[in-house]
Design a protein around this ligand. Structure first.
Ligand code: NAD
Ligand code: IPM
Ligand code: MN
Length: 343
C-alpha cells in the first residue's frame, strides 16, 4: 500500500480496515512513498522500487499523490505515473456505476441508467512526456508536447476493451477520439478499432465511435446507452472526472491500473484533496470500492462482492460523508462499512 498524500492515508486506512473485515487473505506492506518522504530525503521511488513491487507483491493499493509543498509535482509523477509506465499497466479501468438515485445530479436517473466503464489507455499519448521548450523566457518561446500513439499500445488497449466487454457480459464498445482533427494519431486508432471490431470473436459486440467532445455532451444529456468506452490517456482522464460526477462525485469513483497477469495498481479516481486533508471529511467509498476491484483482480471474488454490497447498503442508509449527503466522518463511514462486511 502506498497511502501517499493529503486524504490518501485517511481513505486507504478505511479501505484496509474493510478488506480486513472481509476476511480476505491479504497481507499488507505499507510503503512511505509520498511528499512527506520526498521533502525529508529527496527520495520518490527508491532504486529498484518498481521491480520489488513486481517481484514481491500481487497488487498495489494507492491513496493519492499531490501536495502543495511540492509544486513541481515531481514525486507524484515519479510514483504514480512511474508505476503506470514502468510496470506497463496499460489499461486504466474506471467503472462508473450509480449506486442510488439520490447521488446522480441528472434528473430522474435510476442506478441501472448509469452503468458503464471507461477503459483508458494508460502508458502513452500526451502523458509520455515527450517534448521540450525552445527559446524559453523569450517572446519567441515554443513549447512542444508530443502525443505518442504506437500500434502496439493502441491495439492492446482496444483488445482489452473488447475482452472486458466479453468478461462483463457487455454488448457495446464505443471508441472516443478526435480523428476529425488529430488525423495521424487518431487515424491509427480508427484503423485498429475497425480491424479488431470485425474479428470473429467480437461478432456479438456492437462497435461504435463518437468524437470525444460529442461524447462528453451525450454523457451529461443521457448516459444510458453507454457500456464500455475506450479512449486515449488524456481524453480518458477528462471523461472519467465527468463520469465520476454522474455517480455522486469523485469521492465515489474507483479505478484499476491493469496489465493482465501482472502486479497491478488500484487507486481511487480522486486526488489528494489538500483542503480536506486531516479533517476526517473525505469520502472513503472510492477507495473502498477500489479495494473491491483489487480483490476481484486477485481472485477474491466473494470478498469483493461483500464489500460492494456493504457500500451499497451504506449509501441507501445514508451512512456516508457529507459530499454524498450523509453526516459521517471518514473513519465512521469506513467503520460502518467494515462492520457491515463482517456481519
Ligand atoms: P482532487 O480529486 O484532489 O479534488 C477535486 C475536488 O473533489 C475537490 O473539491 C475535493 O474536495 C473533492 N474530492 C476529491 N476526493 C474526495 C473525496 N474522497 N471525498 C470528498 N471530496 C473529494 O483533485 P485536485 O484538487 O485537482 O488535485 C489535488 C491534488 O491531487 C493535485 O496535486 C493533483 O495533481 C493530485 N491528484 C492526484 C491523483 C492521484 O493520485 N491519482 C488524482 C487526481 C489529482
Ligand atoms: C488521475 C489523475 C492523474 C492523471 C494525475 C494525478 C497525474 O488525474 O489519475 O486521473 O492525470 O492521470
Ligand atoms: Mn484525473
Amino acid at each position: 500500500m502506498v497511502a501517499g498524500d493529503g486524504i490518501g492515508p485517511e481513505v486507504t486506512r478505511g479501505a484496509m480496515q474493510v478488506i480486513q473485515a472481509s476476511g480476505a487473505a491479504v497481507e499488507f506492506t505499507e510503503l512511505d512513498w509520498s511528499a512527506e518522504r520526498y521533502l525529508k530525503d529527496g527520495a520518490t521511488v527508491p532504486p529498484g522500487g518498481f521491480a520489488t513491487l513486481e517481484r514481491d507483491y500481487d497488487a498495489v493499493l494507492v491513496g493519492a499523490l499531490g501536495d502543495p509543498r511540492v509544486p513541481s509535482n515531481i514525486h507524484a509523477r515519479e510514483i504514480l505515473l512511474g508505476m503506470r509506465f514502468q510496470m506497463d499497466l496499460y489499461a486504466n479501468v474506471r467503472p462508473v456505476k450509480l449506486l442510488d438515485e439520490s447521488l446522480c445530479p441528472l434528473k430522474g436517473l435510476q442506478p441501472a441508467d448509469v452503468d458503464f466503464t471507461v477503459v483508458r489507455e494508460n502508458t502513452e499519448g500526451l502523458y509520455a512526456d515527450v517534448g521540450g521548450v525552445f527559446k524559453q523566457g523569450t517572446p519567441d518561446e515554443v513549447a512542444v508536447q508530443e502525443d505518442v500513439n504506437t500500434r502496439k499500445g493502441v491495439e492492446r488497449i482496444i483488445r482489452f476493451a473488447f475482452h472486458y466487454a466479453h468478461n462483463h457480459r457487455r454488448k457495446k464498445v464505443l471508441m472516443a477520439d478526435k480523428a476529425n482533427v488529430m488525423t495521424h494519431a487518431h487515424g491509427l486508432w480508427q484503423r485498429v478499432f475497425k480491424e479488431v471490431a470485425v474479428e470473429k470473436e467480437n461478432a456479438d459486440i456492437t462497435a461504435t465511435h463518437m468524437f470525444a467532445d460529442a461524447l462528453c455532451m451525450q454523457l451529461v444529456r443521457d448516459p444510458r446507452p453507454f457500456e464500455v468506452i475506450v479512449t486515449n490517456n488524456m481524453f480518458g482522464d477528462l471523461i472519467t472526472d465527468l463520469a465520476a460526477a454522474l455517480q455522486g462525485g469523485l469521492g465515489m469513483a474507483a479505478s484499476g491500473n491493469i496489465h493482465p497477469g501482472k502486479t497491478s495498481m488500484f487507486e481511487p479516481v480522486h486526488g489528494s484533496a489538500p483542503p480536506l486533508a486531516g479533517k476526517n471529511a473525505a469520502n472513503p467509498m472510492g477507495a473502498i470500492l477500489t479495494s473491491a476491484l483489487m480483490l476481484q483482480y486477485l481472485g477474491l471474488v466473494e470478498e469483493a462482492q461483500k464489500i460492494e454490497a456493504a457500500v451499497l447498503e451504506a449509501v441507501r442508509q445514508k451512512k456516508t460523508t457529507q459530499d454524498v449527503g450523509g453526516s459521517l466522518g471518514t473513519r465512521e463511514c469506513a467503520a460502518w462499512i467494515a462492520d457491515k462486511v463482517q456481519h
